[in-house]
Design a protein around this ligand. Sequence first.
Ligand code: ASP
Length: 455
Amino acid sequence: MKVIKFGGSSLADANQIKKVCDIILADPNRRLVVVSAPGKRFSKDTKVTDMLIALADAALAEKDYTEELNAVVGRYESIAKDLGLGNEIIDEIREDITSRVTSSKNNPGKFVDLLKAAGEDNSAKLVAAYLISIGVDAEYVNPRTAGLILSDEFGNAQVLSKSYNKLARLAKNRKVMIFPGFFGYSETGEVVTFSRGGSDVTGAILAAAVNADIYENFTDVDSVYAANPKIVKNPMPIPMFSYEEMRELSYAGFSVLHEEALAPVYHKGITVNIKNTNNPSAPGTLILPSLALTEEHQKYPVVGIAAAKGFITLHVQKYMMNREIGFGRRLLQIIEEEGISYEHTPSGIDSISIIISEKAYDDDKFDRIIKTIYSQLSVDDVQLEFDQAIVMVVGSGMNRSVGTLAKATQALANANINVNMINQGSSEVSIMFGIDSEDADASVLALYNAFFDQD
Ligand code: ASP
């Protein structure tokens, strides 16, 4: 059995949905299908999820939301018409979204999630209706009935482990099942969504639950590339990555898959195949256990380069820091007590830097953190540095080759880029450089040219 997920651009209009259905029908093992909400039809278009958020915001602000409601229903209406479906399904969708927008607004997070989930839910209903209309034995599957139970963290839910046993029953269903991505239900029955892009996570959970042979993730590119095509012209397509390589790259900004989507399939060793709805015969990119990587792949020390902006660094300096038992723990505890998680902690003998996501920044919290570090740890200096980026040079083959770091630092030096920090994880799958945000794109280009543009 294959689990197959389609992203928003694959559901953006009737033409795309027909391609999706052709892909499903081309292989009888493609029985469990996860769909996103309709995405952009052209670059300036708006995703249905964003339209639903605008609708929720208008309703929360007690504004007249007729325009927002009509806009979102209009998107579904034009798709349904072009698919030759009757008015019934449109009336159903209008009714569904109207009942969501008129529901209680006491908890804004819960209200916004209820609306956001309408994007995927109605998308799945539409695809199932179309398949049935052309004579396929298909059905819409509701995540609650199927047993997708999530934590009640609105907009950022996590799957609860008890879901897996229930979801496993889907493997017995012989129909083509259309399952809406992005949301599930809390234990008390509330609709909760994953973070944005979360339909990838739904697909991965289902693939793990039914022990799928493969998790096919259809998007709108032929392959995953060695670097961001917006920075590097015609970067090299990469036929395969290990989970570990992909995890490092997506952490540093590869937006191919949701960052959390690999965990469920990783634990079961299920291969992910990224493919293109607009060119389904292209082999795409495989993400697999490192033991399954080919010799050819491992010959290359570097398989991908990515950069992520949006970090701050807290530098702490204390003479003889290395002799003080528990210094690191106490320092991290001060940060923990403000409810902040850290990303990396490169250290020297008398200094330690804590890299934190800019999203966690708050003036008051950081004022308190700095004061407490001075008062409790008697340090010599604490500095906060903003606008930091990390650049990740990734490849599991680097642990067998000599000179990768030298080549990377040389490339950065030649491009006149100042490196603030270097970190190589113990698994030797990546080397991470901390640099100023303004140098991020230039670093990717310089590193790509050093490792890939050999001729
Ligand atoms: N529709 C949701 C979003 O735009 C989830 C997804 O497409 O995966 O974030």
